[in-house]
Each structure stands twice: as structure tokens, then as C-alpha cells.
Design a protein around this ligand. Sequence first.
Ligand code: SF4
Length: 328
Amino acid sequence: MREFQYSRAGDIAEAGRLASAGAARFIAGGTNLLDLMKLEVEAPETVVDITRLPLKEIEETPEGGLRIGALVPNADLAADSRIARNYPVLSRALLAGASGQLRNKATTGGNLLQRTRCYYFYDTTTPCNKREPGSGCGAIGGFNRIHAILGASDKCIATHPSDMAVAMRVLDATVETQKPDGSKRTIALEDFYRLPGATPEKETTLEPGELITAVVLPAPVSGTHIYRKVRDRASYAFALVSVAAVIRTEAGRITSARLAFGGLAHMPWRNKAVEDALVGQAPTRAVFEKAADILLADAKGQGGNDFKIPLARRTLTAVLRDATEGAV
Ligand code: SF4
């Protein structure tokens, strides 16, 4: 680990000021950043401790939703009765992630910003455009079992590892931030992440020193909530494929469908055309397969991850079958 300056922010404005001086990183739970610093994948000059900031509350919004402070631990968020009752897809996604110890430390803001688990990204002896722009991509033509089948580029085929973010994407969450100059903004989660393109090192639309202060969930969406995660072992593993679904049926038809996918792309993946293909239809196998056709029309395997294409199809159709079972 390289030397760095440690500062503890007393308030949000101070956090912004401290972070705007040189190459800085905010630290809260540290469950990903410390690993990256030990491996020298990340070497910030300044680490700004934000754990004392007043961002640990979950509050109800006037619109009927919830504002989740950026420092709410993942374990507390999963256990909150309002989340478990009204946003069960989020509670289940959180509990499907990491381990109990990590969920106690990891925060809402940090979970959104966790970095890919691509093996080459963590191995500084190998080329990686995300770690060192222009150096190449070890995963293309290498070992790429966990890599992307949608939205990848010829510079990077990494996936985003968060389960929580997939559920937040299906719930149309927004991210609240504050910049070092004190200005605030709200970013829809669909605009928060970037695809890798030619600059895989840029993963979000955050600006230097911009601090996530909260995530806002809109009013709850009724329907059957499912989070299905397929992985190599039953716990403490990242998703090969995951599906967050909120599906409503009435009179034997699908009246509302929301679907987001993890393990497939550089960001939580959502394709409205897949949802549109379901709405108004009777829940039949043929309709589910059509939705999978749309989802996977542009899917591209890299060799080691070719299996994800049929796996995503099977996972999606199984989730749709379970969500609509008994629809009359
Ligand atoms: Fe690096 Fe992305 Fe290639 Fe992995 S897939 S080696 S993160 S450039």
C-alpha cells in the first residue's frame, strides 16, 4: 500500500473541500477500497473519512417513497421494515450480496460505487484498460467466465458486481449528490452508470469530489417482487446472472412488468423493450421466450462466458413463470 493523507470530514461541505485537493477518495465502510489500496490498484493521495457525516437515516419522502442516507449499512437497509414490506426486491437483493460481516460495514453509497471483480483489474501484473488506460484488456481472449455479454466494448468487458444496484434500478431509484462547490444534484440511476466504451476507467457520471448523500426510492410499486441470483456457490459469490423483477397481473394478463439484470453488463441492465413485450400479454411460455429474445438480441459471448446467454434466458423465463404463476 502506498502512503496517503488521511482526513476526517466533520460535515458534508468539509468532505467536499477535502476531496477537491488532489487525487482523493471518500471512505466509509472501506470493504472494497481498502482491498484496492492494498493491491495498489487504487493509490489515492488523500482518503477522506466520511463516517461521521449525518447520512445514516432512512426517511419517508412527501411523495410516499424513502430517502436512504448514503451511510446506511446494507444490513440495516435490508432489515428496515419499510424496505422489507414495500420494496422486498431490494431487501432480497441486499441479503443475496456479500456476507453478514460485509453487509454490516458496507454502505449504500459505497455499494453503488464498488468496482468490478474482473480478475485482471485486481492483478497489477496484467494489462487492464480500466486500471491503466491504454494498457489493453487481459480478459478479452483470456479467462472471462464472469464477464459481460451486453453493452461491452473492445476496451473492456467487465461487469458491475452490485446486487443492490440492480434492485434499485428496477425501482427507478435516484441518487442525490453534493459537489465540492456546495451545489446539489439528483441523478436517475439509469444515468448514473456508464458503459465502458473507449473510457472504461470512467464508471459513473459523478464528478471529482462529488459525494453521494442519499438514494431516493419512489413510492412502492405493487406486484410480485423477485430477486433471483445465479452464482457459482450458494453464498458469498457475485452473480453470474441476476434478475430483479416486479410483475403485476390482472384478469389473466400481465399489466405491469419491470425487469433489471445483474452480471450481464458494465451496469445494472434494463431494457424497456423487454418489459413492453410482456405488458398486455397472457403469461405463456412463448411470451416469456419472446421477452428473452429481445433481451439477448445483441448478446455476445467472449468464449468463457458464452454460457451466460442461455443462462440469462433460462433465469428470465423462470422468474417470469414464478411471478405470474396462478394469474387468473
Ligand atoms: Fe480491465 Fe475491463 Fe479488461 Fe477486466 S474487462 S481486464 S476490468 S479492461
